[in-house]
Design a protein around this ligand. Structure first.
Ligand SMILES: O=C(O)C1=C[C@@H](OP(=O)(O)O)[C@@H](O)[C@H](O)C1
Ligand SMILES: C=C(OP(=O)(O)O)C(=O)O
Length: 423
């Protein structure tokens, strides 16, 4: 069977400084945490400032499939009403390529009385989940994932006892967050302890703890790398979700690349998400450091890597091995896309990415089709290159719907012009 041709969007370079006001959408990470804990709380919670995108729609639909009432009175709110229990869904939960929804619901499914199958699209079916499955097994949960990736089948017993569970967060911090959030609904206290010191973006665990506490959970950290969760369950509450820091990185980068002034409506210092750390680096452009450790701002690495192409000096990105198990292998996709613009512009060295910077790229026409591998961040970051280089074409530009459906419209509102299929 022949595949349908991918849609294409060419960014027309701009010599103008991009100026205007663009609010990034609500945080994906916080929206999907808040949706879950609100669903585990008895009563009604109003979530405002929320993201409406593929990832949060998959989460909301899965919770509806488990008996939770979720209303959407406007474009940025969810009203979640629950009796605090998730019911067995009639069929598999399909979660697309939403890592947060998939990992968080895998642990929460242990609270269901009945069978839950957690599944996703062909990309998600390649994203590892075994460390989480093994941790839940040690907690006494009947769970299996034969391929080590979704689909995962959980035979929920209406809850689990609790106790100590070790987990390796090296491949994904989402395993840790998933255990922490489900842990508050166990019958006894749960101790979640990290094995090894490696954990991608520890800041995501802090984000989890903050959301849990806002909904009444009691979590302490008796020792570094270990958390004790009291069996309190959650209390319904109204919750304001901050804008998405990863989405903000594209706007910050567009601003420095074009010498513009984009008002995001929120200062960088107001974000609590890990990717906000990238702001300081972006502000240093075109003098980015020779080495950037991406481990604590992982989703900002595509933004920083494309920006680095225009830096005064080359940049090596380290600490990014687990970018290989995101929506696509981002280390490979970035190297490939950069090298389509100019051979050798991005090179993989082990798990590092080397960007051979050249400020003279700006103003050139270097036709390049960027394969996005259905990865929103590859699409959004390479669009930045298109602001300065003629001929940059993004394949499958609609993939931004995963976390930032309005991305192209937002760039358009700043005066960016396109040729081709604007989704
Ligand atoms: O917990 C979260 O909200 C996230 C954690 C990170 O993933 P990993 O923990 O899988 O590295 C990040 O890349 C993802 O976009 C969101
Ligand atoms: C890695 C990402 O998403 P997730 O793991 O939530 O699918 C991302 O949004 O960059």
């Amino acid at each position: 069977m022949t595949q349908p041709a991918l849609s294409k969007l060419t960014i027309l370079p701009t010599t103008a400084a991009l100026t205007g006001r663009v609010m990034p959408p609500g945080s994906k990470s916080i929206t999907n945490r808040a949706l879950l804990v609100a669903a585990l709380a008895k009563g009604t919670s109003r979530l405002s400032g929320a993201l409406k995108s593929d990832d949060t729609r998959y989460m909301a639909q899965a919770l509806r499939d488990m008996g939770v009432a979720i209303d959407e009175p406007d474009a940025t709110s969810f009203i979640v009403t629950s009796d605090g229990r998730l019911k067995a869904p009639a069929g598999p939960l399909f979660l697309g390529n939403a890592g947060t929804a998939t990992r968080f619901l895998t642990a929460a499914a242990a609270l269901v009385d009945g069978t839950v199958v957690v599944d996703g699209d062909e990309h998600m079916r390649k994203r590892p989940i075994l460390p989480l499955v093994e941790a839940l097994t040690r907690l006494g949960v009947a769970i299996s994932a034969p391929s080590g990736c979704p689909p995962v089948t959980i035979q929920g017993q209406g809850g689990f006892e609790g106790g100590l569970v070790e987990v390796d967060g090296g491949l994904s911090s989402q395993y840790v967050s998933a255990l922490l959030m489900a842990g508050a609904c166990a019958r006894n206290p749960v101790d979640v302890v990290l094995t090894g010191q490696e954990i991608g973006a520890r800041g995501y665990v802090d984000l989890t703890l903050a959301t849990m506490r806002a909904f009444g959970a009691e979590v302490s950290e008796p020792a570094s790398g270990g958390w004790r969760i009291a069996p309190t369950g959650y209390a319904a509450t109204d919750y304001l979700i901050e804008p998405d820091a990863s989405a903000a990185t594209y706007l910050w980068a567009a601003e420095v690349l074009t010498g513009g002034a984009i008002d995001l409506g929120v200062p960088a210092s107001a974000f609590t998400q890990p990717d906000a750390r990238a702001h300081e680096l972006i502000a240093a452009f075109p003098n980015l450091p020779a080495e950037i450790d991406g481990s604590q701002m992982q989703d900002a690495v595509p933004t920083l890597a494309v920006l680095a192409a225009f830096n005064r000096t080359p940049v090596r990105f380290t600490g990014i091995a687990n970018l290989r198990v995101k929506e696509c292998d981002r280390v490979a996709a970035l190297a490939q896309g950069l090298s389509r613009i100019r051979t050798g512009l991005g090179v993989e060295e082990g798990d590092d990415l080397l960007v051979a910077s050249d400020p003279a790229l700006a103003g050139q026409t270097l036709p390049a089709e960027i394969d996005t591998f259905a990865d929103h961040r590859i699409a959004m970051s390479f669009a930045l290159a298109g602001l300065k280089i003629g001929g940059v074409t993004i394949l499958d530009p609609g993939c931004v719907a995963k976390t930032y459906p309005d991305y192209w419209r937002a760039l358009g509102s700043l005066g960016v012009r396109f040729e081709g299929d604007v989704p």
